[in-house]
Design a protein around this ligand. Structure first.
Ligand SMILES: Cc1cc2nc3c(=O)[nH]c(=O)nc-3n(C[C@H](O)[C@H](O)[C@H](O)COP(=O)(O)OP(=O)(O)OC[C@H]3O[C@@H](n4cnc5c(N)ncnc54)[C@H](O)[C@@H]3O)c2cc1C
Length: 405
């Protein structure tokens, strides 16, 4: 049986980045993925700011498109923040994961596609892992000192029994990849568009993201929790996506290139197990995805970088510092994520259209584009809160001076 320092199960951004980092540090690494190709589960919209390109040294080849403007379309009105500069990217999710796997190979790592993890046996000196080959259905076994659970929402390796998992909030999304005529594409090529409110979204948000010339990503995502007035609707994320294509984009002769979707399972207050029985978990397997916007690629890769440092130390010294890994991650993100949990519940399941519209109108009138990006993508709410405070202070001062506002 072939033996490795680390077997990484799951070839998403978290697994790929862990394999990339550990192979670079000289460890013997095997990255495994249940799908035969990264194009087979190309589920993520992969929209983000420019920062992750530099943070993870990602090449131009993984970029699908750049965006300059941010649009929030509510039930009634549209709120747009514009810029002449690139503000972010939409990655090609398939190419990103292929790049990370290729990097691992060029560092001396191995990659096994089309192999599904089924079970593990924990021994005193490591772990034996069983995979089923998707083509032949044969079982193959490998041994490792450590196994990394990078299986995302399923957390398949960490928990042998699903009942042992903490309580999770479920989110799901569907996305159509469509090819439109040049005129339609040009209208949307620079914009990241989000839809909020009951007309275009359902317990979440819908979106239009640009990709390469003439290609758009159109989708809708929702949280699976009870929501005021929304549970009786017959809308689905599929119907909403088709509605955005037909009634908003008004695309007529578009070509449907792909329909894909995925799920997110998030443990409120990040109650996941980060390390147990020689298994370390990274990415969505430890709820790194942000619970407000569903942005998860950057955080999956950040957790991979952090975990890799502790795995490296363990492999070199035998010192188990995985509790420190968990504590560091939670210290960095827990409070921000908890604020996002509360906001997401309010915006997606409690607010009326009028409340959403009023808030967007307020932000549009009072916040700069960079302040909005700081709040939505970096969870830095200070400037936004200062603005809100300033506006209310001015209102109170006017009222006290006897003038009409
Ligand atoms: C519809 C949708 C849209 C999204 N849009 C964005 C966005 O615009 N921007 C953003 O930043 N994030 C977005 N996200 C979130 C982001 O995609 C995830 O947070 C991110 O992919 C998490 O990375 P991960 O590696 O932890 O898990 P995943 O990407 O889920 O990777 C897990 C991998 O493990 C594999 N696997 C699972 N079980 C097994 C098994 N038994 N054996 C072997 N392999 C297995 C899976 O096939 C998968 O490849 C979106 C998510 C969804 C569902």
């Amino acid at each position: 049986m072939e033996s490795f320092d680390v077997i990484i199960v799951g070839g998403g951004p978290a697994g790929g980045q862990t394999a990339r980092q550990l192979s670079k540090l000289g460890h013997k690494v095997l990255l495994t993925e249940r799908y035969k190709s990264f194009e087979d589960n190309n589920f993520s919209s992969a929209g983000m700011t420019m920062v992750p390109l530099e943070e993870f040294q990602l090449p131009e080849s993984v970029v699908g498109a750049y965006w300059k403007n941010l649009v929030i379309q509510c039930t009634k009105d549209e709120y747009k923040w514009e810029s002449n500069e690139k503000k972010g990217v939409v990655l090609d999710f398939g190419r990103l994961r292929q790049f990370l796997a290729d990097e691992s190979i060029s560092n001396g790592g191995q990659v096994l596609m089309g192999h599904r993890y089924v079970k593990k046996e924990v021994l005193d000196d490591g772990v034996i892992v069983d995979f089923v080959d998707a083509s032949t259905k044969d079982t193959v076994q490998y041994k490792a000192k450590l196994v990394v659970d990078a299986t995302g929402p399923v957390r398949k390796v960490m928990y042998d029994n699903k009942d042992d998992q903490p309580y999770m909030v479920l989110g799901s999304g569907i996305e159509y990849l469509i090819k439109v005529d040049q005129k339609t594409y040009d209208k949307y090529k620079d914009d990241l568009i989000f839809f909020l409110g009951h007309k275009w979204a359902l317990k979440g948000y819908s979106w239009i993201f640009p990709m390469e010339n003439r290609i758009l990503k159109v989708g809708a995502g929702k949280v699976h929790i009870e929501a005021k007035d929304q549970d009786a609707t017959n809308k689905t994320t599929k119907k909403l996506t088709e509605m955005v294509i037909k009634d908003y984009i008004k695309a007529e002769n578009y070509e449907l290139l792909d329909v894909h979707g995925g799920t997110l399972r998030y443990s409120p207050s990040i109650k996941d197990t980060f390390f147990q029985d020689n298994v370390v978990a990274v990415g969505d397997a430890v709820s790194t995805v942000n619970p407000l916007g569903g942005e998860g690629i950057r955080y999956a890769m950040q957790s991979a970088d952090l975990a890799s440092k502790h795995i490296d130390e363990y492999l070199k010294t035998g010192k188990n510092t995985f509790d420190k890994y968990r504590k560091t991650w939670r210290k960095r993100n827990l409070l921000k994520w908890q604020i996002c949990e509360v906001s997401s519940k309010r915006v997606y399941t409690k607010y009326t259209d009028e409340q959403i519209e009023n808030r967007m109108k307020f932000y549009h009138q009072n916040a700069s584009f960079d302040e909005i990006i700081n709040a939505l993508f970096y969870f830095r709410f200070n400037n936004l809160l200062k603005r809100i405070f300033q506006v209310y202070k001015t209102k109170v001062e006017y009222m006290l001076s006897g003038k009409k506002f």
